[in-house]
Write a protein that binds this ligand. Structure first.
Ligand SMILES: *[C@@H]1O[C@H](CO)[C@@H](O)[C@H](O)[C@H]1NC(C)=O
Ligand SMILES: *[C@@H]1O[C@H](CO)[C@@H](O)[C@H](O)[C@H]1NC(C)=O
Ligand SMILES: *[C@@H]1O[C@H](CO)[C@@H](O)[C@H](O)[C@H]1NC(C)=O
Length: 226
């Protein structure tokens, strides 16, 4: 059973890869794709003079640790980043449902985020990974990293971003989905800004036992600007 589900997940994700043009390394121009930002907010704004360079589908987990108040706080994440730029340009109906479809499929399986990354290691559709690293500015705490050096940009030692959060809004789709975020570059030269949008899942239970940890599956779109 587990094996069948693993195969189903891999098939779904591979079908995304195969549907994508083989020229996707040279990329589809997403600079004119309308970004789905809600109008009634000022937390998520695109920096002047920048345009979207890549749109990625993130598939992974949000990690949490339970504090003394009996509630979870974020302790990082790990996700695979698939290039969905060409869908945004050439197949908008697939683009619009893919975050949800991949969430449903991923949530239904026992495939972990790290297993998914291993399974997809040879796929042309992978841009890179999202992980957390020590905050490079303060030297304490953790910061989100987006790293293309393992996959689509092996040639470029600076093809990563370590970011800091500058804005967030509750997901317009409901409290089961993690916040939409604006992240600005603190290190690396991959992009100047990254937006996390169209999130699915990833929220922890509201109560917990102090010291316990949990990984909650999620998917999201990450829009990379530069
Ligand atoms: C997933 O794994 C857990 C144990 O790790 C098992 O109890 C459960 O049946 C598995 N679910 C599926 C759908 O294989
Ligand atoms: C998040 O949890 C997963 C296991 O579910 C682990 O592989 C990963 O290293 C963790 N990452 C962080 C930053 O805590
Ligand atoms: C995700 O899967 C769990 C079971 O593993 C289920 O309880 C939950 O309802 C699922 N979430 C969604 C949004 O489908």
């Amino acid at each position: 059973m587990l094996h069948l589900l693993l195969i189903a997940a891999a098939t779904l994700l591979l079908s995304f890869s195969e549907a994508a043009p083989t020229s996707q390394r040279t990329r589809c121009d997403v600079s004119k794709v309308p970004v789905p930002l809600p109008s009634n907010q000022d937390q998520l704004q695109i920096a002047a003079g920048t345009v979207a360079q890549y749109i990625a589908l993130g598939v992974g987990v949000q990690n949490y640790t339970c504090g003394s108040a009996g509630s979870y706080t974020s302790s990082g994440a790990v996700a695979e980043l698939f290039d969905i730029s060409c869908f945004a340009v050439k197949d908008t109906s697939t683009f619009e449902t893919m975050t949800d479809d991949s969430y449903q499929m991923f949530n239904r399986t026992n495939v972990s985020a790290t297993k998914l990354i291993t399974m997809m290691a040879a796929s042309e559709s992978v841009l890179g990974q999202h992980v957390f690293v020590t905050n490079p500015v303060t030297g304490t705490g953790i910061s989100p990293q987006f790293d293309f050096r393992s996959a689509s940009r092996k040639d470029d030692p600076n093809a990563y971003v370590i970011a800091s959060k500058v804005g967030n809004i509750a997901a317009p789709t409901g409290k089961q989905d993690v916040d939409w975020l604006s992240l600005m570059n603190a290190r690396g030269s991959l992009s100047t800004q990254i937006l996390r949008l169209n999130t699915r899942g990833g929220q922890p239970p509201s109560h917990c036992q102090e010291g316990s940890t949990i990984s909650v599956k999620y998917t999201a779109q990450y829009w990379f600007y530069g």
